[in-house]
Design a protein around this ligand. Structure first.
Ligand code: FES
Length: 167
């Protein structure tokens, strides 16, 4: 069985152990774990021969990195002014209801993280809901469930089929 240190080593080796690739390495580690667990930051630092504080500095500087466990899918709702006046708060309320979590949190089954942003730079499409980087414009509370259900389904996963039936 491959342990986490070895998993990180495969990623570091992919970039030739190059210090200059620390951001790309952390991105790949985050794709693997959905966040940056502390022990993986230690492994990256040790394998690149960098001080841990330097690797942690990169991990905390960029908003794209998370030191907290995140769900498999990230649901982002824009609450910027243009989206707000077109009904984003109601879209957020429905997403909270569907997922059973508040913004900034992750579902217990680690499937979804819910977050808000202040503008995505695509105001004409508002209100906007984004799942894993995929934009869903002109969102309404009635469409939220349909979009989220696409990501709740995993072939052969009975638990999520039940979730869909009971919601
Ligand atoms: S306010 Fe939502 S994209 Fe600009």
């Amino acid at each position: 069985m491959v342990n986490d240190y070895e998993k990180v080593k495969v990623i570091v080796d992919k970039y030739g152990g190059n210090h200059d690739s620390v951001i790309a390495i952390l991105q790949d580690v985050q794709s693997e774990y959905h966040y940056l667990p502390e022990h993986t930051l230690r492994a990256v630092a040790s394998q690149l021969g960098l001080p841990l504080i330097q690797v942690c500095g990169v991990a905390t500087f960029f908003k794209a990195f998370s030191l907290k466990p995140r769900g498999e899918h990230t649901v982002t709702i824009c609450l910027g002014t243009a989206c707000h006046v077109r009904g984003a708060p109601a879209v957020l309320d429905e997403a909270r209801r569907q997922l059973g979590i508040e913004p900034g949190n992750t579902t217990d089954d680690m499937r979804f993280t819910l977050e808000t942003v202040n503008c995505l730079g695509a105001c004409a499409l508002g209100p906007i809901l984004v799942v894993d980087g995929e934009y869903h414009g002109q969102m309404s509370p009635g469409k939220v469930k349909k979009v989220l259900n696409k990501f709740k389904k995993t072939p052969g996963d009975k638990r999520h089929e039940e979730l869909e039936v009971s919601s």
